[in-house]
Design a binder for this molecule. Structure first.
Ligand code: NAP
Length: 452
C-alpha cells in the first residue's frame, strides 16, 4: 500500500493499492500496443490533444494545486505557480514541435542525405515528489508530442498527483496507454526496466536511486537520463548590490521549503562584504512567514518526517563540527514536519552542510578570500547542477561563468529552469538534458537516411 500523509499535520490522508504483477504486466503490454499506433499518428492530432490537455490543466488548476500542497506541503501560491509553469512549457513545446521534428538535410557525397527523428517506444519515468506535476510533465509533454508513450513511477508519497496525471491525459483524449501511471514501490522498478517493451528510463531523484536505475538499465543496454541532486553555489562578489541580492538569496534558498534540486545551498561571499551580507540576510530570514501551506505563507513543512529528520541531523552534526547558528537551527514544535529557516556561518570543508545536499530551509554562508577563491569553493563539490553569480560587472561574471562546473549559470538571477533552455547537470548531478530541443532529442532514434 502506498500512503499519502499530509505534511502540514502528519495525518494519513489516503492509501493507494500497489499494482499486482499481473496488472503491471498488462499495463506494459498496453503501452506497447498504444505505441504501435501512436508513433504513426499525425502531428496535428498530437498537438490538438496537447492543446486540450493545456486547457484541462488550466480548468483544474485550483484542484491540482490544492492536491500538491496537501500531499507534499509547498505553499499554495507555489503550487499554483507550478501548474502555470507546466502550461507555459506545454504551450511552447506544442508551438515548436513541427520545427523540432523536421528532417535535417546534409550535403554529403551522396545524392541525398538526411536525418529523421523518430520515437523509441515506451519510456519509464521515475519521478520525485518535490514538483509532482512539473517534473512529470516536463518529461511527458515533449515525449508524447514526438510519438513516444510514457510510464510513470511517481514517488510513493504523491500518488494522488500521479493518479490525476493519468486522468489528465485520458480525459484530454489521448488514447489509452499513451500515458500510464504505475502505482508501485521502488522495489518493482527493476522489473519494469527489464521488460522488453520499455526502451529507456529517465530518473529525477537522489544519487542512490539514479545509480541503481542506471546500472540496471545499462545491463539491458537501455539509455538513461539522470537528473539528480545539487548543492548549488550562490556567489556574491564585492561590488554586488547587497539589499536586492539578499532578497533574491531568500527566495533562492526558501522556495519549496528549500526542497529543490536547484535551490541555492552554499552562499559563497567574498570576505569584504560577508559581514554586511550575513546581517541583511539574517534580517530577511527572521521575517519569513512559516506556517500552514494552505495559507499565505512563505515556507511550509518539509515533505515527510524522514526529510525533516535528515535536515535536523545534518545541521546538528555541522554545528558539532564548528558551524554557528545565525538564525533558526531546529525543528518547530508543532504538528507537521516544520523546520526553522536557518542560516549557518563558519561553514567549512568536511561538514555535512558543505559536502552534502541539504534538502530543507538551511543556508550555509562560506567566506571566500577573493573571486578566484569563490570559484574554487563553488567547484569544490561532487555536484554540478547550477550556480548563480551576483555582481555589477557583467563581463567579469560571464568570464567566471565559464569556469564553473555546472549545467547552468545564472548571472544576477535566481536559478529557475526555462523550457526554451536545456536543463541538467554534470558530475554527481547526473547527465542528459531536459527541456528545449536538447531535452526532446534524448529519447529519439536519430536516423541517417542515404539515397544514391
Ligand atoms: P529519491 O528517494 O531518489 O526518490 C525519487 C524517485 O525515485 C521516487 O519515485 C522513488 O520512489 C524512486 N526511487 C528511490 N529509490 C529507488 C531505487 N533504488 N530504484 C528505483 N527507484 C527508486 O529522491 P527524493 O529524496 O525523494 O527526492 C529528492 C532528490 O531528488 C534530491 O536529491 C533532489 O535534488 C533530486 N531532484 C533532482 C532534480 C533535478 O532536476 N536534477 C529535481 C528534483 C529533485 P519511492 O518514493 O517509492 O521511494
Amino acid at each position: 500500500m502506498l500512503v499519502s500523509i499530509n505534511p502540514a499535520n502528519g495525518q494519513k490522508r489516503a492509501e493507494f493499492p500497489e499494482l499486482s504483477d499481473e496488472e503491471l504486466s498488462s499495463k506494459l503490454d498496453l503501452a506497447a500496443q498504444a505505441f504501435s499506433k501512436w508513433r504513426f499518428s499525425s502531428l496535428d492530432t498530437r498537438k490538438d490533444l496537447m492543446n486540450k490537455l493545456i486547457r484541462n490543466l488550466d480548468i483544474h488548476k485550483d484542484y491540482y494545486s490544492k492536491l500538491i500542497t496537501t500531499e507534499m506541503g509547498k505553499p499554495i501560491r507555489q503550487s499554483i505557480a507550478e501548474i502555470d509553469k507546466c502550461i507555459t512549457m506545454a504551450e511552447v513545446y506544442t508551438n515548436d514541435i513541427d520545427r523540432f521534428l523536421q528532417d535535417e538535410y546534409v550535403n554529403t557525397a551522396h545524392k541525398e542525405s538526411f536525418i529523421t527523428f523518430e520515437p523509441l517506444g515506451a519510456i519509464l519515468a521515475v519521478m520525485p515528489w518535490n514538483f509532482p506535476f512539473w517534473q512529470v510533465l516536463r518529461f511527458a509533454v515533449p515525449n508524447v508530442l514526438l510519438g513516444n508513450v510514457c510510464l510513470l513511477k511517481h514517488a510513493s508519497n504523491v500518488q494522488g498527483c500521479a493518479r490525476e496525471l493519468e486522468k489528465l491525459f485520458v480525459e484530454s483524449g489521448f488514447p489509452l496507454g499513451v500515458f500510464q501511471n504505475l502505482p508501485i514501490t521502488a522495489a518493482k522498478v527493476e522489473k519494469v526496466i527489464r521488460n522488453p517493451h520499455v526502451k529507456a528510463v529517465t530518473l529525477t531523484g537522489s544519487e542512490a536511486a539514479g545509480a541503481s536505475v542506471a546500472a540496471i538499465a545499462g545491463s539491458e543496454i537501455k539509455k538513461t537520463v539522470l537528473e539528480l541532486g545539487g548543492s548549488d553555489p550562490f556567489i556574491v562578489l564585492a561590488d554586488a548590490d547587497l539589499m536586492p541580492v539578499c532578497q533574491n538569496a531568500v527566495h533562492a534558498r526558501l522556495r519549496n521549503a528549500g526542497q529543490a534540486c536547484t535551490s541555492a545551498k552554499r552562499f559563497i561571499v567574498v570576505k569584504d562584504v560577508v559581514e554586511e551580507f550575513a546581517l541583511n540576510y539574517a534580517n530577511y530570514f527572521r521575517n519569513v512567514v512559516v506556517g500552514d501551506p494552505m495559507g499565505d505563507v512563505d515556507v511550509g513543512p518539509l515533505a515527510s518526517e524522514a526529510a525533516l529528520r535528515e535536515v535536523e541531523l545534518k545541521v546538528q552534526k555541522s554545528v558539532e563540527m564548528g558551524a554557528n547558528v545565525l538564525v533558526g537551527g531546529k525543528r518547530i514544535q508543532r504538528e507537521g514536519f516544520y523546520f526553522e529557516p536557518t542560516i549557518l556561518t563558519n561553514v567549512r570543508k568536511g561538514m555535512p552542510v558543505y559536502e552534502e545536499e541539504i534538502f530543507g530551509p538551511v543556508a550555509s554562508i562560506i567566506v571566500a578570500e577573493d573571486e578566484d577563491d569563490a570559484i574554487r569553493i563553488a567547484n569544490d563539490t561532487k555536484y554540478g547542477l547550477a550556480a548563480s553569480i551576483w555582481t555589477k560587472d557583467i563581463q567579469k561574471a560571464k568570464n567566471l561563468a565559464r569556469k564553473i562546473e555546472a549545467g547552468s549559470v545564472y548571472i544576477n538571477a535566481v536559478v529557475s529552469s526555462d523550457v526554451r533552455m536545456p536543463f541538467g547537470g554534470i558530475k554527481k548531478s547526473g547527465y542528459g538534458r531536459e527541456l528545449s530541443l536538447y531535452g526532446l532529442r534524448e529519447f529519439v532514434n536519430i536516423k541517417t537516411i542515404i539515397v544514391e
